[in-house]
Design a protein around this ligand. Structure first.
Ligand code: ADP
Ligand code: ADP
Ligand code: ZN
Length: 223
């Protein structure tokens, strides 16, 4: 049986950080639509060309693009044991499409977990964020610096990247989009009895432990 987990929360809540940890812990694949879109922009695909300016403005990319992207991705072999959705769904139509898609595959959204954060902390979290250019490991100037300055803990590389949209102005616009378009999916999932909240302000290990308590241990062979 596959297991599918949706992580919700505003920009900087810790979705990517925790998705990577759950990926390793449960043998699931992290599906970050932000990462997929950035890859499309870097590759200059038709989707990337459409998405670039929208992302730079801190707005949401069209549902139809995102739904097609997730549908393709779920059909790939590494997603057969299930997925951790990071940054998707972000609108009610996306949430409805995900339910339909999973049902058509004989699956469901098993857990929806909201990382609850104090918005005053988000600008600092996001302005300090950077990732390893080679392996994508995530870091923070203050909260999670590499063990050896300038060297990736995970792969030893020494080049890092910062996102163009991780500046205070764009973050405020992304937060406004979150409230207008993404927060309405909280009642969507709550009405279906699937929503749980976890304190995203705790330190990273504590958040991971709370997520594991919600997801529980998978029965042998389940993954
Ligand atoms: P999201 O994917 O929700 O936008 P990230 O996982 O990228 O968020 O986290 C944003 C930044 O905050 C990263 O630099 C990360 O290292 C840091 N971070 C994540 N979780 C915590 C936490 N619990 N406490 C402090 N900093 C955190
Ligand atoms: P965050 O760190 O804010 O959670 P992401 O990396 O998930 O950021 O997303 C970056 C940008 O990519 C968003 O601001 C938006 O423009 C676009 N994007 C990512 N996922 C979606 C989605 N599910 N629907 C619409 N736009 C998306
Ligand atoms: Zn690395």
């Amino acid at each position: 049986m596959a297991i599918n987990i949706v992580l919700l929360g505003p920009p900087g809540a810790g979705k990517g950080t925790q998705a990577k940890r759950l990926e390793a812990r449960y043998g699931l694949v992290q599906l970050s639509t932000g990462d997929m879109l950035r890859a499309a922009v870097a590759a200059g695909t038709a989707t990337g060309l459409r998405a670039k300016a929208v992302m730079e403005a801190g707005k949401l990319v069209d549902d139809e693009i995102l739904i097609a992207m997730i549908s393709d991705r779920l059909g790939q072999a590494d997603a057969r044991r299930g997925a951790i959705f990071d940054g998707f769904p972000r609108t009610v139509p996306q949430a409805e499409a995900l339910d339909r898609l999973l049902v058509s595959m004989g699956r469901r959204v098993d857990h929806v977990i909201e990382l609850q954060v104090d918005e005053a902390a988000l600008v600092e979290r996001i302005s300090g964020r950077f990732t390893c250019k080679s392996c994508g490991a995530g870091y923070h100037d203050r909260f999670q610096p590499p063990r050896v300055a300038g060297i990736c803990d995970a792969c030893g590389a020494s080049e890092f990247v910062r996102r163009a949209d991780d500046n205070a102005d764009t973050v405020r616009r992304r937060l406004a989009e979150y409230h207008a378009k993404t927060a309405p999916i909280l009642p969507y999932y709550r009405a279906r009895g699937r929503l749980r909240g976890v304190d995203g302000m705790a330190d990273m290990d504590r958040v991971t432990a709370e997520l594991e308590a919600v997801v529980g241990s998978l029965p042998p062979g389940a993954a």
